[in-house]
Each structure stands twice: as structure tokens, then as C-alpha cells.
Design a protein around this ligand. Sequence first.
Ligand code: 5RP
Length: 235
Amino acid sequence: ESFSMRALFQEPIIKIIMTQDEQKQAVAQAALQYVQVGEIIGIGTGSTTNLFIDELAKIKHKIEGAVASSEATAARLKQHGIEVLSLNSVADLPVYIDGADEITRNMHMIKGGGGALTREKIIAAVARKFICIADQSKLVKVLGKFPLPVEVIPMARSYVAREIALLGGQPAWRQDFTTDNGNVILDIHNLNIMNPVELESTLNQITGVVTNGLFARRGADVLLMGTDQGVETIT
Ligand code: 5RP
């Protein structure tokens, strides 16, 4: 075999490029390291979290059960035979594992693309550690390109939308969508969120708002981020 023939058929030097789905799978698997034997795990909502649930199912006999942030997550957990516990019956939650729509290196997030923000925020408040699992497309310098979801009591929808407009945002009513809590979602477009901690509080002060998708006052503790080369851990 001549050198030129070898060169012709040899694989080029391979740069490992992971697709977005592969990155999600990699971080879902990596999150298992935060699951301790005998514990109850808080579980978020979304496509990345779904992959984590599938991983968790493989070690389900080692955990006591899970607390779910949505009906969809509860259904998937039950399908896998993982016991779903009420948050009210849980006094101590060591970890909460969930995705994000956007996250900064300061660990501030926008969540709620799937509309589960309120229950997610409640479980995150109880959990000692928030482990965010996300592919690299979610990492941003400034939050706000992803429209910020706000859960609103239905009768307050127009009032809250007017108040948000006064703050400089452009709210859009998420069509044909009702949250697990029976409420509506307004997605706020064209925000450039320079102070997420302050905006989180300001939006929550509007009467009729249940909560908003800024997770800044209680951000993530660990980010497992999928990159082209594998999982990067940011703390
Ligand atoms: C749902 C969420 C999700 O965590 C967020 O939308 C990310 O989802 P995905 O993992 O599918 O990208 O906040 O309310």
C-alpha cells in the first residue's frame, strides 16, 4: 500500500463535534453524579430534563423518589416506575436538576420556555443545590434574547400586559397554552436584562403575576454545559 493510497483513504484528523442533542444527552448523563443513594431528587421540565429522567430510570432502585415540576415530568417519571412524591411531604431536598432557556456565567437564568416556571421555582427554592443542565446554545452574556415568560392569573392578563409595556417590554400572550396551575403565560420580547435580580422582583410586584421566568435571586449552583468537546462544569 503506497503512502498516497493511505492518505487518500485515511480519515481526516477528527475534531469531536457534538450535536445539540448529543450535548443534551451528555449533560443528562453527567448529572447522575449529583444523585446520592437513598435521596429524593427534584426534577425540572423540558427536553434536556427528559433525557435526565431516562438516565435516572437506570438507577431508580437507588433513590427514594422524585418531586416533579410539571405534570409532563410526573408522567414521564411514573412511566419509568419512579415514585413521584408531593413537595409538601418533603422537608429536605438535596438537589434539583433542570434545564434553562438562557443562562449566564453568573448562574442567572431565564426559564419557562415549557411553561413550568412557577413549579420549577418553588422546587428550586426548597432544594439545597440547583444543578442546571444545558447545551452551549443556552449560555449568553446578557439575558433577554429569549422572550421572558411570566405566569399570570387569567383575569389579570391585560392589566399585567399594560404594566409590562410601561416597563419597556413587549408582552405577547402565549396562544393555546394553559399552565399546570390553570394560568396564562405572557412572553416578554425585546428585553436587554442588565439587572436580572432587580427585574425579577419588579415583575413579581405586579398584581396578578404569579411568577416570572427570571431565576436570578436563586440562580443555579452548578452548570453542566454541553460543548463541542464534552461536558464543562461551571460553578
Ligand atoms: C421549562 C424550562 C426548561 O428548562 C427550558 O425550557 C429548557 O428546555 P430544554 O431542555 O427543552 O431546552 O424552563 O419551563
